[in-house]
Write a protein that binds this ligand. Structure first.
Ligand code: PLP
Length: 454
């Protein structure tokens, strides 16, 4: 086949590296862990190649980022053109043509026509911004006693300290808990699919009452849970009731759509998958510029914007690279592709195909306890094949993910759901541009990876 000696044909879809050298060359890179990382060289469509020539099917779009696939010339050209025309201005001195156009296109796409776009560089920054905006809004309205942000366990809202304090994810918080002391971050339980959406949402009321309703600034949740609880979604009616309860208590409703948004779940706004609901703030990231540039941000309701601008007159917050013109140009070009290639509908269609395939895998592999998905945000929950219970120990998802990687499939294993219990799940979320044949290839590779564990 003309392949390097350490590649051996395993199945029509895949090649297994048997005796690849454990190369640990001297490097100046501060890696994320002590394991050996392949060095990525190039990417095209749904595939990434490393420097040994090995090909990987990007079954998780990195960390659910590469929504339009890799190697899009149009986006690269739009970024180059913007860099040549205007590479940077600071937000305290200028807006920019590209930011003006993008904010209005994004508002139309999300069907939030009068919302204001606040741009930043990553999801954690975007959630920090949402938390600070919620706090400032209440202060401007003469309610400075409101500061608490209610979130759920588990949840993941980011790695910076404010966003991490809001996150209900033991494994990622543990080391830093002394830095997050205080009563600012009350938590409510995760959605329970056994309850009706309305009953489930009603549980927020007790958390508000216990925290002291007059002290609560906002409730924030992922409409479809990502890294902390693979694609868990509440039943229809949940978000509508949450919005009602928040309104009743004068609390803001923040929808963190960093992972679930921008069409990945099969709707422009993930919080509107089942309910007609309008949050006060929608937080976006990842799919916005789909990996071509760092871009994230929030959409704020006119009421929030007007309160701050009509009050003190300025949002007391800012980052140097906020609204970077080259990132925003990437976002605009990505949005062109999402719209012209009808990728939101494609996410629904391919998502249904993959979910049906995962259900078939569940029938064949007893260690697959549950599969679920909304569009192309899909979860595979793994556990003990004999007891059919969650494994309260580390490792199963990591093992399957490692095996899949050997076979040439990238997945996103869960690293910690409920406090004290290792979440053994895989997130799947290929680019929305994935073809039907590529979806079948992904399923074939995953089936091979699961065989080893069966
Ligand atoms: N919010 C959600 C729902 C996420 O999934 C993530 C990242 O996984 C973040 C926020 C943080 O985004 P970032 O890693 O870009 O800071």
């Amino acid at each position: 086949l003309g392949l390097p000696a350490h590649f051996t044909a395993l199945s029509p879809h895949s090649f297994l590296r048997l005796d690849a050298p454990e190369a640990q060359p001297m490097s100046n890179v501060f890696y994320r862990s002590s394991k050996t990382y392949p060095v990525a060289q190039k990417a095209e469509g749904i595939y990434i190649w490393d420097t040994t020539g090995k090909r990987y099917l990007d079954g998780s779009s990195g960390a659910l980022v590469a929504n339009i696939g890799h190697g899009r010339q149009a986006v690269a050209q739009a970024m180059a053109a913007q860099a040549l025309k205007l590479e940077f201005v600071h937000g305290s001195q200028f807006s920019s043509e590209v930011l003006e156009e993008y904010a209005s296109r994004l508002a139309q796409f999300l069907e939030l026509p009068d919302y204001r776009f606040w741009a930043v560089s990553g999801g954690s920054e975007a959630n920090e911004s949402a938390i600070k905006l919620a706090r400032q809004y209440h202060v401007e309205r003469g309610q400075p006693e409101r500061f608490k942000i209610i979130t759920r366990v588990p949840s993941y809202h980011g790695a910076s300290l404010g966003a991490l304090a809001a996150s209900g994810m033991g494994a990622r918080r543990e080391l830093y808990t002394p830095l997050m002391r205080g009563d600012a971050w009350p938590k409510m339980p995760k959605p329970d699919p056994q309850l009706s959406g309305e009953e489930d949402a009603e549980r927020l009321r007790a958390v508000i009452e216990q925290a002291g309703p007059e002290t609560v600034a906002a409730f924030m949740c992922e409409p479809v849970v990502g890294a902390s609880d693979a694609a868990l979604a509440p039943n229809a009616g949940y978000h509508a009731r949450i919005a009602e309860i928040c309104r009743e208590y004068g609390i803001l409703f923040i929808s963190d759509e960093v992972m679930a948004g921008m069409g990945r779940c099969g709707a422009p706004l993930a919080v509107r998958l089942h309910d007609q609901v309008t949050p006060d703030i929608v937080v976006l990231g990842k799919g916005l510029a789909a990996g071509y540039a760092p871009l994230a941000g929030l959409m704020a309701s006119p009421q929030l914007y007007d309160t701050v601008m009509g009050g003190s007159g300025a949002f007391k917050h800012g980052f140097t690279y906020a609204g970077h013109p080259v990132s925003v140009a990437a976002g605009l070009s990505v949005l062109d592709i999402v719209e012209s290639e009808h990728l939101v509908g494609a996410a629904r269609e391919r998502g249904a195909q993959l979910l049906a395939g995962l259900q078939e895998l569940q029938r064949q592999h007893p260690q697959v306890l549950e599969v679920r998905g909304q569009g192309l945000l899909l979860g595979v929950v793994l556990g003990d094949p004999t007891t059919r219970q969650a494994m309260h120990k580390a490792g199963l998802a990591d093992q399957v993910a490692a095996r899949a990687r050997e076979l040439g499939l990238l997945t996103y294993p869960g690293t910690g759901a409920v406090d004290g219990v290792r979440g053994d799940h895989l997130l799947l979320g290929p680019p929305l541009s994935l073809s039907g044949a590529e979806a079948d290839e992904l399923l074939g590779l995953l089936a091979d990876a699961l065989k080893v564990e069966g």
